[in-house]
Ligand binder design. Structure first.
Ligand code: GAL
Length: 646
């Protein structure tokens, strides 16, 4: 395991560089990320490059045995560039140009921006092509799906639509545009979702396609940058760093042309009081690993209390800095880079805390980081291991877009059910993969397929096949609702999944903030929230029935035998404890080994391969935990990770 830091030498006095590098070296830092926001110092005037300072920093780090990740600085073109090319600033939904002086506000399709970006990337990659210290390249910083509304982007959007549909008639049919007389008769009438009008009033089919285009647009830009880097450095290892932002690109598409995943991991420093709230950080880590089904990097890791444009949050409690880094490793990261070496003294993010405070006196957080660096060295052997999982959860960025466009009912959001299922499997000490619906299902024994909202015939076929061949599948409410264009399917829900689950939805009740109840055969009662599918069984057996509302006594959760396998259907969203119970039964029925009796939010993962087996047990709570695994008694301090390597 490699530990690194994000470092901004351009913001610090030259006299600090060597002192900082000395301390990094003594502490055991192995990798340093540089330059993603440094364009104004790398090209202070149009065409006048000034890379000497960066050469010097790389040299200082190299002399101390450290490696470097260089970033293309395209997130923040200098203000002289905007002055010359004012059109290159992004255009907001309301048609106004984004305010300059923040960041990430260049239009990634603007010809002037692309010309200048190409020039600096070319210069930079030629300069460092033979520098052995540069081990990876990061494209830009946290690129979001492209929601720019300038004329160039509108043109690109229409080209995207034309290549998908060929004719406006086909668009009208796909979107059902006859509603509200929305039929187009020319391409020019098709505009992006401008204006302050609330998005839910717009056609969801059109909105879904706009989200798809916005993702494709940024993916095209990422691939364009990757090609530029590879032109001068054919064997460059290229990534871009992502997080769960508002305008999320489709991660699977985003990383297809890149070498590895990088994720910016900022687990919450204040754990929720309500145990029903989903806060599992492990979920996001498993999702990131699943994007390429490979090891990944954390390019920015939590180091202190958050706060920049937002009010400051609580600081990291003892154990968090080390525990969360090791947790990332336990879930498949092999490099963890901490954000940032030292709090910025200036700029909007001066209160986003790094490893060292403004005083420049290394304190408690730094001591914990130093300890982590020592521990990480001992884990080198584990880097060549893999996480093998029998359980997969399907995650679909497109279903998530569709849920954001139409949030179904009060309080409902796409990630809730995948997270509840993930936390239930985690409770039994299992590795869990979170994968694309288009990924290969072979090798898994259980596939949880929550909210298969948009229907793709190939995915449906493969889920049937998986179950028929002996797999266990878990389908939930809001499955089979829409076709691929986000239009409703005229069949009884869950439409394509009806034979698989052996039941259909007679009607549904979007209960939102209200509460209903369900009852199991043994009489135990659980609360339901958000959504209730009232089921009618055909071949399925009933596991739980509603215990309130006018549908009291009707099935809520069912199990069906299909071929050699089993299909569960969960028609509502219920308490965390019921997911735990269901998953325990599912594991027992599937005859799969599991660990019983783990406290909530204590996680076990295993990495295996090359003759090594590593078991990670992590206390992701702020309380000491005592428990037993077989005859082994274990006590873990808050956020402590226990690692056993054999
Ligand atoms: C990340 C971003 C960093 C920094 C950090 C703290 O999302 O990539 O540049 O802004 O958040 O705010």
């Amino acid at each position: 395991m490699r530990i690194g830091v994000d470092y901004y030498p351009e913001a610090w006095d030259r006299s600090l560089w060597e002192k900082d590098a000395d301390l990094m070296q003594q502490t055991g830092v192995e990798i340093v990320r540089l330059a993603e926001f440094a364009w104004c110092r790398l090209e202070p005037k149009d065409g006048e490059f000034a890379f000497e300072w960066l050469d010097e920093v790389i040299d200082i780090l190299t002399k101390r045995g450290m490696k470097v990740v260089l970033c293309t600085p395209t997130n923040c073109p200098p203000l002289w560039f905007y002055e010359k090319h004012p059109d290159s600033v992004q255009t907001e939904k309301d048609g106004r140009k984004t305010r300059k002086g923040i960041r990430g506000h260049r239009c990634i399709n603007n010809a002037d921006f692309l010309r200048y970006a190409e020039r600096i990337i070319d210069f930079m990659t030629k300069r460092y092509a033979d520098n052995k210290s540069v081990v990876a390249w990061q494209i830009d910083n946290e690129l979001e799906a492209n929601f720019c509304f300038c004329d160039t982007c509108i043109g690109k959007y229409r080209v995207w639509l034309k290549s998908k549909y060929s004719t406006v008639e086909a668009v009208n049919k796909a979107y059902g545009n006859v509603m509200w007389s929305g039929e187009y008769s020319s391409w020019k009438q098709i505009e992006p979702p401008f204006g302050s009008y609330p998005d839910p009033w717009l056609n969801p089919s059109y909105m879904l396609d706009f989200n798809r285009y916005a993702s494709d647009s940024v993916v095209e830009h990422i691939n364009w940058q990757a090609d530029l880097i590879r032109k001068n450095i054919p064997d460059a290892k290229i990534t871009t760093n992502v997080w769960f932002c508002t305008n999320m690109p489709n991660f699977y598409d985003e990383f297809r042309g890149l070498d590895f995943i990088s994720y910016d991991n900022y687990p919450t420093t204040r754990l929720p009081d309500n145990p029903e709230e989903c806060y599992t950080h492990a979920f996001h880590l498993d999702l990131m690993r699943g994007v390429k089904r490979d090891k990944f990097w954390i390019m920015e890791e939590l180091s202190g209390g958050l706060g920049c444009w937002a009010p400051m949050g609580r600081t990291t409690s003892p154990g968090m800095i080390k525990g969360y880094s090791l947790q990332a490793f336990a879930h498949g990261a092999d490099t963890v880079v901490h954000f940032r070496w030292r709090n910025a003294a200036g700029g909007a993010e001066m209160h986003w805390h790094g490893l060292i405070d403004h005083s420049n006196v290394p304190g408690r957080r730094f001591a914990e980081f130093a300890d982590l660096c020592k521990d990480a060295k001992a884990l080198k052997a584990v880097c060549n291991t893999e996480i093998k999982s029998d359980v997969a959860i399907l995650y679909s960025p497109e279903d998530e877009y569709a849920f954001k466009i139409q949030p179904q009912t009060n309080g409902m959001y796409y990630m809730e059910q995948p997270m509840l299922l993930h936390s239930a499997f985690t409770k039994y000490g299992l590795n869990v993969d979170i994968i694309d619906q288009r990924a290969d299902f072979s090798g898994y024994r259980i596939i949880a397929a929550p909210q298969m909202y948009l229907t793709n015939a190939d995915v449906v076929r493969r889920l049937y096949e998986f179950t028929e061949n002996g797999g266990t599948v878990i389908i939930t409410n809001r499955s089979g609702v829409k076709d691929e264009f986000n239009k409703c399917i005229m069949q009884q829900l869950p439409t394509a999944y009806r034979s698989l689950i052996g039941a259909y939805v007679e009607e549904y009740d979007p209960i939102g903030w209200d509460e209903a109840r369900l009852k199991l055969a043994d009489g135990s009662v659980y609360k339901c929230r958000r959504w209730c599918d009232v089921l009618h069984t055909e071949t399925a057996e009933v596991i739980a029935e509603y215990d309130s509302e006018f549908y009291k006594g009707k099935p809520a959760i069912t199990r069906n035998t299909y071929g050699n396998g089993t299909a569960y259907y969960i028609g509502t969203i219920t308490e965390k404890s019921l997911y735990n119970r269901l998953v325990r039964d599912i594991l027992t029925q599937a005859d799969m080994p599991f660990v019983d009796g783990l406290p909530d939010n204590v996680e076990i993962t295993t990495r295996t391969g090359n003759g090594t087996q590593a078991r990670f047990i992590f206390n992701n709570t702020n309380k000491e935990q005592h428990f037993s695994i077989g005859s082994e008694d274990i006590t873990l301090a808050p956020f402590e990770m226990k690692i056993d390597i054999s």
